[in-house]
Design a binder for this molecule. Structure first.
Ligand SMILES: *Cc1c(COP(=O)(O)O)cnc(C)c1O
Length: 400
């Protein structure tokens, strides 16, 4: 693998993102296998994790749907060949106009606040709507990705169910789905099951449901010792509970999930070249040809991506602080044990499939990296590295 990745860095230059379809397919199958006792299962891949159109086409070929959070993600999905009915749109804080436009495309709408719900329901009784509930159950992880707490901006609070029911009754709107997304990083399956009970309880209020959507938040390990959500155990327990609920409800509903990280995180690596090895009186820095303009997760969420020196994978281990070239502190790793690094070596950052390229920017007027997809062992370019024209595009020079 190291050899193959080194060749890719050579052929396509650095920095570069590399994804492997076999890992995505493996994770997709793990999830469908875990819920195989549910007759109607729908996985809607969360586009915002990794939105390259070739990746979306892969998900389409697997039979996945899409979870989208903006009209642009919807448009990408349609362009990738998805049917509108296989796309769910779960925005937060967007305008009524955008929601109406997406609804006209035939995409499933998911509404997460009472104000828009009332306005939408009054104007479009005929369009079925899913509602996003906030069960106020805290999933673990970084506070920026925790969305279940009481003062979270996401979802309609379970404490406002009476208000919600009044709006639905007054508008006579059609509620066909009920949804929660408790945030990234489910550590404890029982906490997730507890939130699910709240969702089931809420679901009983609605007579015309077609699906119950449990969102996502499946945790994947980033570094040694990290906990991974036990998908197999969750699958067994939730499937049983879901099947029992459907029996009580009197109808076979669809069980939906919208995983992002679980499906693509481990499928991606980020390759960057060491420009400078800088020894100070206290630290050895390895400075790479990148920064938080390309990979912001370590600085934004404190996430620790494992780093491997693929140019010297068996060399003696030393301690390095891996930093970028941005004119601001951009530390990827602090005093990490890595096989001895020389200038020109290629470092490989693992778990770089989810929320990495999609969060890249042009800060410091640098180009966003290329993306390469390995399919059946063959590397293919799926996004060109940007050029100076991309930096200037849309800028308007005026005379002053
Ligand atoms: C981001 C997001 C997801 C995906 O979360 P992961 O932790 O990447 O699996 C799913 N649903 C909604 C509504 C989201 O905003």
């Amino acid at each position: 693998m190291s050899e193959h990745l080194l060749n890719i860095a050579q052929d396509y230059g650095s920095p570069v993102y590399v994804y492997d379809t076999s890992t995505i397919i493996k994770q997709y199958n793990r999830l469908t296998d875990a819920f195989s006792s549910v007759n109607k299962l729908k996985l809607n891949y969360a586009v915002k994790a990794l939105s390259n159109i070739s990746i979306l086409k892969l998900f389409n070929s697997l039979g996945s749907g899409l979870d989208t959070v903006s009209i642009q993600e919807v448009q990408l999905g349609l362009k990738a060949g998805f049917d509108p009915e296989d796309i769910i749109y779960t925005p937060n804080g967007v305008s009524l106009e955008e929601i109406e436009t997406v609804a006209q495309l035939g995409v499933q709408i998911n509404i997460d606040n009472l104000s828009i719900l009332e306005q939408f329901g009054t104007k479009h009784q005929d369009i079925p709507v899913c509602i996003r509930i906030n069960p106020h159950v805290m999933a673990g992880g970084n506070t920026n990705i925790s969305v279940g707490h009481i003062d979270s901006k996401f979802g309609i609070s379970i404490h406002q169910i009476p208000l919600l029911l009044r709006i639905v009754e007054n508008t006579q709107m059609n509620i066909n789905g009920i949804h929660m997304h408790t945030g990234s990083d489910i550590l404890d399956i029982d906490v997730f099951l507890y939130a699910s009970e709240i969702l089931f309880e809420t679901a009983k209020h609605f007579k015309d449901l077609e699906f119950v959507d449990f969102g996502s938040g499946f945790k994947v390990p980033y570094k040694a010792g990290d906990i991974e959500t036990n998908i197999e155990e969750l699958g067994k327990k939730l499937s049983n509970r879901f099947n029992a609920f459907c029996k009580d409800y009197g109808k076979e509903l669809t069980l939906a999930f919208e995983p992002g990280k679980f499906l693509v995180s481990e499928a991606g690596v980020f390759l960057a070249k060491v420009n400078v090895v800088k020894q100070t009186t206290s630290t050895v820095f390895a400075q790479i040809d990148s920064g938080f303009n390309h990979l912001i997760r370590p600085m934004l969420y404190g996430s620790q991506h494992e780093i491997i020196n693929i140019s010297n994978p068996t060399g003696r281990e030393r301690f390095y602080s891996v930093v970028g070239y941005i004119c601001e502190t951009d530390t990827f790793a602090n005093n990490r044990r890595i096989n001895e690094i020389k200038e020109g070596d290629i470092l490989c950052f693992k778990n770089a499939g989810a929320y990495c390229f999609t969060m890249a920017s042009n800060y410091n007027s640098r180009y966003r990296p290329a993306e390469v997809l390995i399919h059946n062992g063959e590397a293919k370019l799926i996004r060109k590295r940007e050029t100076f024209d991309d930096i200037l595009q849309n800028q308007i020079e005026i005379t002053l």
